[in-house]
Design a protein around this ligand. Structure first.
Ligand code: F6R
Length: 237
């Protein structure tokens, strides 16, 4: 399904409606979550509706897409902290049921295996939320020669480092160079996927992913093979 909105707020409200329906239909839902600026409006709406008693997250579990490697646990931009600050600390989710890869694991290969087992044990997410990078990445699956199945340790592309510098005082040297990301297999194992983007900068890559050639050079294009993807685009940021 494809829907276009005028504003980012309208898109976020629509995405929140889908997530809330999912949780209200199954209180033990598994939510696949993303960081970055795109889902912030959605998270804000979920917080609001949780406060209004319209949705209960107490039995929900979550699996996040990715985590930077090498950032201290307390660093404000680690994705664990991002999720706590922007969602988990403000809703009634059980924090023990929230999963984010451990970017500080001593044995990164083991951590990737462990994370794949977490995803597999859940049978994949019930709904996976995705943003899209300017280079077409989902999670941190950057353009390359293949679609990687499992969770992996990756080097961030220069364009991704530049795009994310806004979260690190606009200082490229402060952006981590590596991350752990859920693989394309893990993402595709979700029963439903909501991919969102907004504004002129994202228009072309969003359309390439949605209706262009399916190629690992645009990792999000693989979603065309998934049977239940909701493509949401807002004209204005
Ligand atoms: C975040 C993630 C990334 C972002 C993408 C878009 O967990 O996996 O793929 O969704 O980089 O980022 P924003 O939304 O900041 O434009």
């Amino acid at each position: 399904m494809y829907r276009k909105f005028n504003t980012y707020t309208e898109m976020s409200e629509y995405a929140a409606k889908l997530v809330i329906e999912q949780v209200n239909n199954n209180s033990q839902s598994v939510l696949g979550l993303a960081t970055g600026s795109t889902p912030l409006g959605l998270y804000q709406k979920l917080i609001e509706e949780n406060r209004n008693g319209k949705v209960d997250f107490s039995k929900v579990s979550s699996i996040n897409l990715d985590e930077y490697c090498g950032l201290e646990k307390t660093h404000s931009q680690s994705y664990r902290n991002f999720m706590n600050n922007n969602l988990f600390d403000h809703i009634n989710i059980d924090i023990r049921k929230t999963n984010v890869p451990n970017g500080l694991a001593e044995d990164i290969d083991e951590e990737c295996k462990r994370y794949d087992k977490v995803i597999e044990d859940f049978g994949g997410a019930d709904i996976q939320i995705l943003g899209i990078g300017l280079d077409g990445h989902i999670g941190f699956n950057e353009p390359c020669e293949e679609f990687k199945k499992g969770t992996s340790y990756i080097k961030l592309d220069e364009s991704t480092i530049e795009a994310n510098a806004r979260f690190f005082d606009n200082d490229i040297s402060k952006v981590p160079t590596h991350a752990i990301t859920m693989g394309i297999g893990g993402i595709m194992s979700a029963k439903k996927i909501i991919i969102m983007a907004s504004g002129d900068k994202k228009r072309d890559i969003f359309e390439k992913a949605r209706i262009g050639k399916i190629t690992p050079q645009v990792q999000a294009s693989i979603l065309q093979f998934h049977k239940d993807v909701v493509w949401l685009f807002a004209e204005k940021n």
